[in-house]
Design a protein around this ligand. Structure first.
Ligand SMILES: Nc1ncnc2c1ncn2[C@@H]1O[C@H](COP(=O)(O)OP(=O)(O)OP(=O)(O)O)[C@@H](O)[C@H]1O
Length: 586
């Protein structure tokens, strides 16, 4: 059914101008199309990537003013203005994004507010742009010698662009770069551990949203045929955000629903409210405020959830059977020194969480890292994988100094990991989550993805993801949503995702925590199987039976220091370990 929904919707919107509908309908539909293009950018930016921008209206202004200025004040064509407007928006987005996106928290929203205000006053004070009166007399658009006008002709162009943008967004979200963007919301740590530059992914989506807004602004100039600062103010920027949130920020089609509902409701309220209240004013803003509070409370994912409930979730077609395998790295020979941790230290203010700890892992062995709560095991893990910066000490992997490298650089060298608290994208399938691990082994970028020129690589990634799921015995669950899995299968899925990175060393942070007895046995079998295939493993684990039965050697930590290192038998026999770890006396 969903397969037919898009062509049907597209058909209706494209033939609408040819039907004997009132001109008013066409005008409304033009507005909805223009708004939806902007809201689409916000769905990607806010809904998918979790970044908030109040400055989208300013990017629309860039597109609109560039078009209006060029066609009225210069000999430049409307199409040159489109290219230039988009270019300016890209440059502004790159500058704003480069400054703010490396920083966490509220820097981006604040910067977009400043940007929205600055552009509004710049537009309103520039003589060349007609100050607050703006630029009047923008001619209509011509395409192939045909005058598109401001009604039915332009409607076709507006909706072709809106629908193509939606299709491109759908394609992007179902691709290698799209999965990277979708991973942003779950926090940077997991994405970076999969080799993703989260900064680049954020910048990509921020620029994309700016481009969509600028294109909408370009259309807006020829639709209104006059351009002034009011439609590009900060309050309009908030209204676009409102459309995306109301429609459903997590879904491409939510942008269309949000744009439609806001536009139609706004018109109705503007007529109705003055009659009810007896005086005119922008009362619809108050009603919108109330609506958004209600929607956020009762349908936090927006109104689209009420529509999507009725649409079956399409299952991915398994078309990767013939796909060529992904390139794999040369594996170390068994016994080769793989990881050397030399006197690593981590201080958090006055607390020494890891105190000059040293150990070595050789290729093909399973090493355990144990110790009481707070001993510094997870911190040691984070130092090895580059999540935390070393205070001092060295980490050498296959002869190369990796201490101090960002975690994605370490991941690229073949060190992969799972997390103490499972980190995944709940609304993606198990297969897609695991394919995220293959990110470093592909190269398709956003443009290739939007144009659907990445399908061969996607097939190879999915074939690899399925192979890794089969390796841990979960291939039959690949189409399930990851968020619907119980904790045990989620932990196994994380291992499959780590395996999909083609690692030579796998770091597992409490893989058996929360697992039932049978699940632990299955996990033990999987890890033994991996070892027999030459994989090297370092695991932090609290379950003593699990560790003792599985590992070749164990490092015991206590209060941030290394207490001892030895075989499971030696560790079990050590009175010092018993005292420290099991809380018994010597
Ligand atoms: N980001 C941080 N800032 C300040 N202190 C931290 C931070 N991370 C860890 N610590 C402290 O460092 C010490 C070691 O913590 P860590 O999580 O490495 O221990 P652990 O051995 O993994 O414990 P558990 O088994 O409970 O996970 C603890 O005292 C912890 O409170």
């Amino acid at each position: 059914m969903q397969r037919f929904a898009f062509p049907l919707f597209a058909l209706v919107m494209l033939v609408l101008p040819a039907l004997p509908v009132p001109d008013f309908w066409i005008t409304q539909s033009n507005y909805i199309g223009l708004y939806a293009i902007v809201a689409l950018g916000l769905v990607l930016l806010t809904g998918v990537a979790g970044l908030i921008s109040f400055g989208q209206a300013a990017f629309i202004g860039i597109g609109a003013y560039t078009a209006a200025y060029m066609v009225t004040q210069t000999t430049g064509s409307a199409w040159t203005a489109l290219v230039l407007g988009v270019l300016i928006a890209v440059v502004v987005a790159l500058v704003l994004g480069s400054i703010t996106l490396r920083m966490s928290g509220h820097y981006l929203p604040l910067a977009t507010i400043a940007w929205g205000l600055a552009l509004y006053y710049t537009m309103g004070n520039m003589e060349q742009l007609g100050k607050y009166d703006g630029i009047l007399g923008v001619p209509t658009l011509h395409l192939f010698g045909y005058d598109l006008g401001t009604g039915r002709g332009l409607h076709v162009l507006v909706w072709v662009i809106a629908l193509l943008a939606a299709l491109a967004a759908v394609h992007l979200l179902d691709s290698r770069p799209g999965r990277a963007i979708r991973a942003l919301k779950s926090g940077a740590t997991m994405a970076e551990a999969m080799g993703i530059s989260t900064f680049r992914a954020k910048l990509t989506v921020f620029v994309l949203a700016a481009v969509l807004a600028a294109v909408s602004g370009w259309l807006f100039a020829f639709f209104q045929r006059t351009v002034n600062p009011t439609p590009f103010s900060l309050s309009k920027g908030i209204e676009y955000l409102f459309m995306a949130v109301l429609g459903g920020v997590g879904n491409v089609w939510g942008a269309f629903l949000g744009a439609g509902v806001v536009k139609l409701l706004e018109d109705q309220l503007q007529v109705l409210l003055p009659k009810l209240i007896g005086t005119s004013g922008n009362f619809e803003t108050i009603v919108f405020g109330i609506i958004i509070v209600l929607v956020l409370k009762y349908a936090p994912d927006g109104l689209w959830t009420f529509v999507s409930k009725w649409l079956p979730r399409p299952q991915r077609k398994r078309d990767w059977e013939q796909a060529a395998p992904l390139p794999a790295r040369a594996k170390p020979t068994p016994g080769e020194p793989l990881l050397q941790v030399q006197a690593v230290r981590k201080q958090f203010g006055g607390l020494v969480a890891v105190n000059d700890v040293s150990f070595e892992i050789r290729a093909g062995e399973i090493m355990g890292l144990i110790g009481p709560n707070g001993a510094g095991k997870s911190t040691t893990f984070n130092l090895i994988t580059g999540v935390l910066a070393l205070t001092s000490g060295q980490v050498t992997y296959r002869g190369e100094q990796v201490g101090g490298m960002p975690s994605r650089a370490i991941a690229r060298r073949g060190v992969s990991r799972t997390f103490q608290h499972v980190k995944m994208i709940p609304d993606m399938t198990v297969l897609e989550n695991v394919a995220l691990g293959g990110y470093m082994r592909g190269e398709a970028g956003p443009v290739r993805a939007m144009l659907r020129l990445d399908r061969e690589e996607e097939r190879r990634l999915f074939a690899e993801a399925e192979r890794q799921l089969a390796r841990i015995g979960m291939a039959d669950r690949m189409h399930e949503l990851a968020g619907n899995l119980a904790l045990g299968p989620q932990r196994l899925m994380e291992i499959a995702r780590a395996l999909c990175t083609d690692p030579a060393l796998l770091l597992l942070d409490e893989p058996a925590a929360g697992l039932r007895h049978k699940e632990k046995q299955a996990l033990g079998a999987v890890l033994r199987q991996l070892k027999s295939e030459g994989m090297s493993l370092l695991l932090v684990e609290h379950d003593m039976d699990f560790v003792m039965g599985l590992t070749d050697r164990i490092v015991v930590m206590e209060f941030g220091t290394k207490l001892m290192e030895g075989t499971p038998a030696e560790v079990q026999a050590s009175p010092a370990v018993r005292a420290a770890y099991l809380g018994t006396e010597h």
